[in-house]
Design a protein around this ligand. Structure first.
Ligand code: B12
Length: 232
Protein backbone atom coordinates (compact mmCIF):
# COMPACT_ATOMS: atom_id res chain seq x y z
CA UNK A 1 0.00 0.00 0.00
CA UNK A 2 1.37 3.46 -0.89
CA UNK A 3 1.99 6.21 1.72
CA UNK A 4 -0.88 8.78 2.07
CA UNK A 5 -0.07 12.05 0.33
CA UNK A 6 0.02 14.90 2.92
CA UNK A 7 -2.58 17.59 2.30
CA UNK A 8 -1.14 21.05 1.64
CA UNK A 9 -3.95 23.35 2.78
CA UNK A 10 -3.31 27.08 3.15
CA UNK A 11 -2.78 28.30 6.71
CA UNK A 12 -5.90 29.74 8.38
CA UNK A 13 -5.62 32.96 10.35
CA UNK A 14 -7.50 32.16 13.61
CA UNK A 15 -8.35 35.87 14.04
CA UNK A 16 -10.49 35.78 10.92
CA UNK A 17 -12.32 32.59 11.89
CA UNK A 18 -14.96 34.49 13.92
CA UNK A 19 -15.75 36.98 11.16
CA UNK A 20 -18.92 36.42 9.16
CA UNK A 21 -18.35 35.28 5.62
CA UNK A 22 -18.10 38.36 3.41
CA UNK A 23 -21.08 37.12 1.40
CA UNK A 24 -23.63 37.54 4.23
CA UNK A 25 -24.99 40.78 2.80
CA UNK A 26 -28.35 42.59 2.93
CA UNK A 27 -28.82 41.55 -0.74
CA UNK A 28 -28.38 37.88 0.18
CA UNK A 29 -30.75 38.10 3.15
CA UNK A 30 -33.38 40.05 1.17
CA UNK A 31 -33.24 37.38 -1.56
CA UNK A 32 -33.55 34.52 0.94
CA UNK A 33 -36.54 36.18 2.62
CA UNK A 34 -38.31 36.85 -0.68
CA UNK A 35 -37.66 33.18 -1.60
CA UNK A 36 -39.33 32.04 1.62
CA UNK A 37 -36.12 30.38 2.85
CA UNK A 38 -36.26 30.83 6.62
CA UNK A 39 -33.62 28.17 7.29
CA UNK A 40 -30.87 29.90 5.31
CA UNK A 41 -32.04 33.32 6.51
CA UNK A 42 -31.69 32.08 10.10
CA UNK A 43 -28.17 30.84 9.32
CA UNK A 44 -27.25 34.24 7.86
CA UNK A 45 -28.62 36.20 10.83
CA UNK A 46 -27.02 33.83 13.36
CA UNK A 47 -23.68 34.20 11.62
CA UNK A 48 -23.95 37.99 11.81
CA UNK A 49 -25.19 37.90 15.42
CA UNK A 50 -22.19 35.85 16.48
CA UNK A 51 -19.94 38.53 15.00
CA UNK A 52 -21.65 41.76 16.08
CA UNK A 53 -24.32 40.86 18.64
CA UNK A 54 -28.09 40.61 18.34
CA UNK A 55 -29.11 44.29 18.51
CA UNK A 56 -26.42 45.39 16.02
CA UNK A 57 -27.43 42.58 13.65
CA UNK A 58 -31.08 43.69 13.79
CA UNK A 59 -30.16 47.41 13.39
CA UNK A 60 -27.75 46.63 10.57
CA UNK A 61 -28.01 43.56 8.36
CA UNK A 62 -31.68 42.87 9.04
CA UNK A 63 -32.90 46.46 8.72
CA UNK A 64 -30.85 46.97 5.54
CA UNK A 65 -32.22 43.74 4.05
CA UNK A 66 -35.81 44.83 4.67
CA UNK A 67 -35.06 48.32 3.35
CA UNK A 68 -33.96 46.60 0.13
CA UNK A 69 -37.23 44.68 0.06
CA UNK A 70 -39.04 48.04 0.34
CA UNK A 71 -36.90 49.65 -2.38
CA UNK A 72 -37.47 46.74 -4.77
CA UNK A 73 -41.20 46.96 -4.14
CA UNK A 74 -41.24 50.75 -4.73
CA UNK A 75 -39.18 50.28 -7.92
CA UNK A 76 -41.66 47.66 -9.16
CA UNK A 77 -38.96 44.97 -9.30
CA UNK A 78 -40.83 42.95 -6.68
CA UNK A 79 -44.58 42.94 -6.13
CA UNK A 80 -46.52 43.07 -2.87
CA UNK A 81 -46.43 39.26 -3.04
CA UNK A 82 -42.64 39.18 -2.56
CA UNK A 83 -42.84 41.88 0.12
CA UNK A 84 -45.45 39.91 2.06
CA UNK A 85 -43.55 36.64 1.63
CA UNK A 86 -40.36 38.34 2.89
CA UNK A 87 -42.19 39.66 5.97
CA UNK A 88 -43.77 36.28 6.78
CA UNK A 89 -40.47 34.47 6.25
CA UNK A 90 -38.68 36.98 8.45
CA UNK A 91 -41.16 36.47 11.28
CA UNK A 92 -40.59 32.68 11.12
CA UNK A 93 -36.84 33.28 10.98
CA UNK A 94 -36.90 35.61 13.99
CA UNK A 95 -38.95 33.10 15.94
CA UNK A 96 -36.32 30.43 15.30
CA UNK A 97 -33.48 32.66 16.56
CA UNK A 98 -35.30 34.20 19.53
CA UNK A 99 -33.49 34.21 22.87
CA UNK A 100 -34.41 31.32 25.15
CA UNK A 101 -33.75 32.63 28.67
CA UNK A 102 -35.32 29.64 30.48
CA UNK A 103 -36.85 30.04 33.98
CA UNK A 104 -34.74 33.15 34.70
CA UNK A 105 -36.64 34.90 31.91
CA UNK A 106 -39.77 34.96 34.10
CA UNK A 107 -38.46 37.17 36.87
CA UNK A 108 -37.28 40.48 35.34
CA UNK A 109 -39.15 43.79 35.22
CA UNK A 110 -42.01 43.95 32.73
CA UNK A 111 -41.67 45.87 29.45
CA UNK A 112 -44.79 46.37 27.31
CA UNK A 113 -44.39 46.85 23.56
CA UNK A 114 -47.10 47.96 21.14
CA UNK A 115 -47.73 49.54 17.78
CA UNK A 116 -50.24 52.41 18.03
CA UNK A 117 -53.72 52.05 16.51
CA UNK A 118 -53.46 51.96 12.72
CA UNK A 119 -49.82 50.88 12.75
CA UNK A 120 -49.29 47.55 11.02
CA UNK A 121 -45.49 47.41 10.98
CA UNK A 122 -44.43 45.19 13.89
CA UNK A 123 -41.14 43.52 12.90
CA UNK A 124 -39.17 46.26 14.70
CA UNK A 125 -41.13 45.44 17.86
CA UNK A 126 -40.17 41.77 17.56
CA UNK A 127 -36.50 42.79 17.24
CA UNK A 128 -36.80 45.00 20.31
CA UNK A 129 -38.59 42.21 22.20
CA UNK A 130 -35.64 39.85 21.61
CA UNK A 131 -33.04 42.41 22.64
CA UNK A 132 -34.90 43.32 25.84
CA UNK A 133 -35.37 39.64 26.76
CA UNK A 134 -31.65 39.12 26.28
CA UNK A 135 -31.13 42.08 28.65
CA UNK A 136 -33.21 40.44 31.39
CA UNK A 137 -36.63 42.02 30.81
CA UNK A 138 -39.89 40.11 30.77
CA UNK A 139 -41.60 41.34 27.61
CA UNK A 140 -45.29 41.56 26.76
CA UNK A 141 -45.26 42.34 23.05
CA UNK A 142 -48.84 43.37 22.27
CA UNK A 143 -48.03 43.67 18.56
CA UNK A 144 -49.45 45.99 15.92
CA UNK A 145 -52.51 48.24 15.85
CA UNK A 146 -53.31 48.50 19.56
CA UNK A 147 -56.06 50.94 20.60
CA UNK A 148 -54.84 53.52 23.15
CA UNK A 149 -57.64 52.69 25.58
CA UNK A 150 -56.79 48.97 25.67
CA UNK A 151 -53.10 49.69 26.23
CA UNK A 152 -54.14 51.98 29.10
CA UNK A 153 -56.17 49.18 30.68
CA UNK A 154 -53.24 46.77 30.37
CA UNK A 155 -50.84 49.26 31.98
CA UNK A 156 -53.29 50.02 34.80
CA UNK A 157 -53.70 46.35 35.71
CA UNK A 158 -50.09 45.09 35.42
CA UNK A 159 -46.82 45.97 37.16
CA UNK A 160 -45.32 47.57 34.07
CA UNK A 161 -41.82 49.12 34.31
CA UNK A 162 -41.35 50.27 30.70
CA UNK A 163 -43.57 51.00 27.69
CA UNK A 164 -42.24 51.06 24.11
CA UNK A 165 -44.51 52.47 21.41
CA UNK A 166 -44.05 52.19 17.70
CA UNK A 167 -45.41 54.46 14.96
CA UNK A 168 -44.08 54.57 11.43
CA UNK A 169 -45.49 57.63 9.81
CA UNK A 170 -46.00 61.25 10.83
CA UNK A 171 -49.68 60.78 9.91
CA UNK A 172 -50.02 58.77 13.12
CA UNK A 173 -48.78 61.66 15.29
CA UNK A 174 -52.27 62.31 16.71
CA UNK A 175 -52.79 58.64 17.56
CA UNK A 176 -49.34 58.49 19.09
CA UNK A 177 -50.14 61.49 21.30
CA UNK A 178 -53.43 59.87 22.37
CA UNK A 179 -51.58 56.63 23.21
CA UNK A 180 -48.87 58.37 25.24
CA UNK A 181 -51.62 60.21 27.18
CA UNK A 182 -53.48 56.94 27.86
CA UNK A 183 -50.32 55.31 29.22
CA UNK A 184 -49.51 58.27 31.48
CA UNK A 185 -53.07 58.41 32.77
CA UNK A 186 -53.01 54.68 33.50
CA UNK A 187 -49.65 54.94 35.27
CA UNK A 188 -51.07 57.60 37.62
CA UNK A 189 -48.41 58.59 40.15
CA UNK A 190 -46.08 55.75 39.09
CA UNK A 191 -43.03 56.94 37.18
CA UNK A 192 -43.19 54.96 33.91
CA UNK A 193 -40.70 55.55 31.09
CA UNK A 194 -42.26 55.56 27.61
CA UNK A 195 -39.91 55.07 24.66
CA UNK A 196 -41.15 55.94 21.16
CA UNK A 197 -39.55 54.34 18.10
CA UNK A 198 -40.23 53.45 14.49
CA UNK A 199 -40.24 55.51 11.31
CA UNK A 200 -41.94 58.49 13.00
CA UNK A 201 -38.62 59.32 14.66
CA UNK A 202 -37.16 60.19 11.24
CA UNK A 203 -39.29 63.36 11.09
CA UNK A 204 -37.82 65.82 13.60
CA UNK A 205 -40.20 67.07 16.27
CA UNK A 206 -43.11 64.70 15.58
CA UNK A 207 -42.53 62.25 18.44
CA UNK A 208 -41.68 65.10 20.82
CA UNK A 209 -44.89 66.94 19.87
CA UNK A 210 -46.80 63.76 20.68
CA UNK A 211 -45.53 63.96 24.25
CA UNK A 212 -42.68 61.46 23.95
CA UNK A 213 -39.69 62.32 26.08
CA UNK A 214 -37.65 59.20 25.27
CA UNK A 215 -37.03 58.57 21.58
CA UNK A 216 -35.04 55.70 20.08
CA UNK A 217 -34.09 55.31 16.43
CA UNK A 218 -32.73 51.80 16.82
CA UNK A 219 -32.92 48.71 18.97
CA UNK A 220 -29.50 49.54 20.41
CA UNK A 221 -30.62 53.03 21.46
CA UNK A 222 -33.80 51.64 23.01
CA UNK A 223 -32.01 48.95 25.03
CA UNK A 224 -29.50 51.48 26.29
CA UNK A 225 -32.29 53.86 27.41
CA UNK A 226 -34.10 50.91 29.01
CA UNK A 227 -30.94 49.92 30.88
CA UNK A 228 -30.40 53.41 32.25
CA UNK A 229 -34.00 53.60 33.53
CA UNK A 230 -33.76 50.14 35.02
CA UNK A 231 -30.65 51.12 36.92
CA UNK A 232 -32.20 54.43 38.11
C1 B12 B 1 -42.46 44.90 5.67
C2 B12 B 1 -43.10 46.24 5.38
C3 B12 B 1 -44.50 46.32 5.47
C4 B12 B 1 -45.35 45.17 5.95
C5 B12 B 1 -45.25 45.07 7.48
C6 B12 B 1 -45.36 43.64 7.95
C7 B12 B 1 -45.15 43.50 9.43
N1 B12 B 1 -45.73 42.42 9.93
O1 B12 B 1 -44.53 44.30 10.10
C8 B12 B 1 -46.77 45.60 5.45
C9 B12 B 1 -47.02 44.94 4.12
C10 B12 B 1 -47.94 45.31 6.38
C11 B12 B 1 -46.57 47.09 5.21
C12 B12 B 1 -47.61 47.97 5.08
C13 B12 B 1 -47.46 49.30 4.75
N2 B12 B 1 -46.30 49.94 4.48
CO1 B12 B 1 -44.55 49.13 4.81
N3 B12 B 1 -42.80 48.51 4.75
C14 B12 B 1 -42.31 47.36 5.04
C15 B12 B 1 -40.79 47.37 4.82
C16 B12 B 1 -40.49 46.72 3.47
C17 B12 B 1 -39.93 46.71 5.88
C18 B12 B 1 -40.23 47.17 7.32
C19 B12 B 1 -39.49 46.29 8.28
O2 B12 B 1 -40.03 45.37 8.85
N4 B12 B 1 -38.17 46.53 8.44
C20 B12 B 1 -37.32 45.74 9.36
C21 B12 B 1 -37.20 46.42 10.72
C22 B12 B 1 -36.25 45.63 11.60
O3 B12 B 1 -36.64 47.71 10.51
P1 B12 B 1 -37.44 49.05 10.83
O4 B12 B 1 -38.89 48.86 10.69
O5 B12 B 1 -36.76 50.13 10.09
O6 B12 B 1 -37.18 49.21 12.40
C23 B12 B 1 -35.93 49.58 12.92
C24 B12 B 1 -36.02 50.90 13.66
O7 B12 B 1 -36.99 51.78 13.12
C25 B12 B 1 -36.30 50.50 15.07
N5 B12 B 1 -37.68 50.30 15.46
C26 B12 B 1 -38.72 49.85 14.77
N6 B12 B 1 -39.82 49.79 15.50
C27 B12 B 1 -39.48 50.23 16.72
C28 B12 B 1 -40.25 50.39 17.86
C29 B12 B 1 -39.64 50.91 19.01
C30 B12 B 1 -40.48 51.10 20.24
C31 B12 B 1 -38.28 51.24 19.00
C32 B12 B 1 -37.66 51.80 20.19
C33 B12 B 1 -37.51 51.06 17.84
C34 B12 B 1 -38.12 50.57 16.72
O8 B12 B 1 -35.62 49.26 15.22
C35 B12 B 1 -35.58 48.55 13.98
C36 B12 B 1 -34.19 47.96 13.81
O9 B12 B 1 -33.22 48.96 13.70
C37 B12 B 1 -40.51 48.92 4.81
C38 B12 B 1 -39.27 49.35 4.02
C39 B12 B 1 -38.21 49.96 4.92
N7 B12 B 1 -37.37 50.77 4.40
O10 B12 B 1 -38.14 49.70 6.09
C40 B12 B 1 -41.84 49.47 4.28
C41 B12 B 1 -42.27 50.87 4.67
C42 B12 B 1 -41.97 51.12 6.15
N8 B12 B 1 -43.72 50.81 4.45
C43 B12 B 1 -44.20 51.89 3.93
C44 B12 B 1 -45.55 52.09 3.58
C45 B12 B 1 -45.86 53.37 2.81
C46 B12 B 1 -46.55 51.16 3.91
C47 B12 B 1 -48.04 51.26 3.62
C48 B12 B 1 -48.67 52.64 3.82
C49 B12 B 1 -48.25 50.73 2.20
C50 B12 B 1 -49.67 50.80 1.71
N9 B12 B 1 -49.89 51.67 0.74
O11 B12 B 1 -50.52 50.12 2.18
C51 B12 B 1 -48.62 50.24 4.61
C52 B12 B 1 -48.94 50.89 5.96
C53 B12 B 1 -49.70 49.96 6.85
C54 B12 B 1 -49.98 50.58 8.18
N10 B12 B 1 -51.17 51.14 8.33
O12 B12 B 1 -49.15 50.58 9.06
C55 B12 B 1 -43.12 52.95 3.77
C56 B12 B 1 -43.19 53.99 4.92
C57 B12 B 1 -42.99 55.40 4.46
C58 B12 B 1 -43.28 56.34 5.64
N11 B12 B 1 -42.35 56.50 6.55
O13 B12 B 1 -44.36 56.81 5.76
C59 B12 B 1 -41.83 52.06 3.74
C60 B12 B 1 -40.55 52.79 4.23
C61 B12 B 1 -41.67 51.56 2.28
C62 B12 B 1 -41.30 52.66 1.31
N12 B12 B 1 -40.07 52.69 0.89
O14 B12 B 1 -42.09 53.46 0.94
N13 B12 B 1 -45.24 47.40 5.15
Amino acid sequence: MSEPIPLRLPAVDPASAALPPADVTPELVAGLLADGDDELAAWALRTEMEAVGRAACYDGLLRDAMALVGERWVAGRWSIAEEHLASRTLLRTLDSIRPQPGPEGRVGPLAVLAGVAGEEHMIGLVCLEHALIEDGWVVANLGADLPAHDLGRFVASNAVSLVCLSANSAELAGTLAETVRAVRLAAGTRSLPVIVGGGVTATPGVAEAAGASLIARSVREATSIARSHRAA
